[in-house]
Design a protein around this ligand. Structure first.
Ligand code: CAA
Length: 257
């Protein structure tokens, strides 16, 4: 791998996009490496994934403008599909994914963060979809996910005018859950990931699926999705262990599956 570092510590893995000279911009090679890294995650042992960028200046400064500058219409569409496929894989990964946004999250970087379940930001984070200033639309899901995550009028302003927002505004809009100093960001992400990883894995995965699939369905359909996933947790070792421990006023044994 030239541009992706991947490290697993206990049940938490950290995927770092490492192309610092170009502020971690996403070219085809980075996207391909990201996809194969995600495909290779050991879902038997990893219970939460963190995605971040190398260095303290940039999470991801977007898709690679040099690579895009000479694309034909057909190649542009194919490049959009490549990014969308990788980001959808992240969004639908069975385990939770936390974006630790350590600086610029522009264009494809903002889009990558939005394909994650939870965003934590460093104080120097900047979010934006500056694509109209380059003569294109957002291409890796920005028009869809930003409009679903923050008020639609604000999303449209950011997309049409290219208005960038800093970490404090992203926090006020609910685009990020919390803001930390650059030094504290990764430890905070690891702490949250550890907390998630200590909960019952089947239940956590079912929660992710219920929220994601439910958001794409009507309320009636969504509640059926939840009922089925709720039911699927019963008779698991973790459900028996968790409830038995509660009733005995004891701490549950570590959750296993
Ligand atoms: N693609 C390719 N290279 C990039 C890049 C990108 N998106 N962003 C930064 N770089 C490169 C710069 O070209 C520069 O390279 P050189 O040193 O070889 O000149 C290096 O990274 C450092 O960047 P700057 O010198 O520009 O750093 P800065 O601190 O002055 O500015 C910045 C930082 C404001 C993030 C600025 O780099 C910038 O505006 N980058 C582009 C942001 C952008 O428009 N992103 C959207 C891309 S389009 C997209 O993502 C489409 C999509 O939805 C799929």
């Amino acid at each position: 791998m030239n541009f992706i570092q991947y490290e697993q510590k206990d049940a938490v893995a950290v995927l770092t996009i490492s192309r610092e000279k170009a502020l971690n911009a996403l070219n085809s090679e980075v996207l391909t490496e990201m996809e194969s890294t995600i495909d290779a995650i050991d879902l038997e042992t990893v219970r939460c994934l963190i995605i971040t960028g190398a260095g303290q200046k940039s999470f991801v400064a977007g898709a690679d403008i040099g690579e895009m500058s000479t694309l034909s219409k057909a190649d542009g569409e194919a490049f959009g599909k490549k990014g969308n496929d990788v980001f959808r894989k992240i969004e639908t990964l069975p385990i939770p994914v936390i974006a630790a946004v350590n600086g610029f999250a522009l264009g494809g970087g903002c889009e990558l963060s939005m394909s994650c379940d939870i965003r934590l930001a460093a104080e120097n984070a900047v979010f934006g979809q500056p694509e109209t200033g380059l003569g294109i639309t957002p291409g890796f899901g920005g028009t869809q996910r930003l409009a679903r995550l923050i008020p639609v009028g604000k999303a449209k302003e950011m997309i049409y005018a290219g208005t960038k927002i800093k970490a404090d505004e992203a926090l006020a809009l609910g685009l990020v859950n919390a803001v930390y100093s650059s030094e504290e960001l990764l430890p905070a992400a690891e702490k949250l990931a550890g907390k998630i990883a200590r909960n019952a894995p089947i239940a956590v995965r079912a929660c992710k699926k219920a929220v994601n699939d439910g958001l794409e369905a009507s309320m009636d359909e969504a509640l059926v999705i939840e009922e089925k996933l709720f039911g699927s947790c019963f008779e698991t070792e973790d459900q028996i262990n968790g409830m038995k421990a509660f009733l005995a006023k004891e701490k549950p044994a570590p959750f296993v599956n």
